[in-house]
Design a protein. Structure first.
Length: 133
């Protein structure tokens, strides 16, 4: 009987941290990549930011899908005068905006682009990397 108690206690010591780690939160992150054309040069900026937190991976994925549905309504957004905006959804997680001159030739490159990539990650992961002190 004593051996059984020791085994039960040992099992609880091993299983408890595994259950605790499974209960961690999840964060919906967005990576924004902007590219602008200026005098035959491209300028690209990349930034990460948390959007929302969830208690499970499934809940985070559900919020990601909701966010993509909201963003898919951007066709109502009015681009600047003389420009036309297009967008495309890739992999259900990435939304890319492309701005062109309104009257353009088929060979013209976009004036600028913006890509929003969404990812659900455990709350222990920061895609921005380690903080520098």
């Amino acid at each position: 009987m004593r051996v059984a108690r020791v085994l039960v206690v040992a099992l609880l010591i091993v299983v408890a941290p595994i259950q605790a780690s499974a209960e961690r939160g999840w964060v919906l992150w967005v990576k924004e990549t902007k590219t602008e054309r200026a005098e035959n040069a491209l300028r690209t900026t990349v930034s990460w930011g948390p959007m929302t937190a969830s208690s499970s991976e499934d809940a985070c994925e559900s919020r990601l899908k909701d966010q993509m549905w909201k963003l898919s309504g951007v066709s109502e957004t009015k681009p600047p005068e003389g420009e036309k905006m297009y967008y495309k959804l890739s992999n259900g997680q990435t939304l890319t905006f492309l701005w062109f001159r309104q009257h353009r030739s088929p060979d013209d490159l976009p004036l600028r682009t913006q890509e929003l990539s969404h990812s659900c990650l455990p709350d222990t992961v920061d895609p921005r990397g380690p903080k520098v002190k």
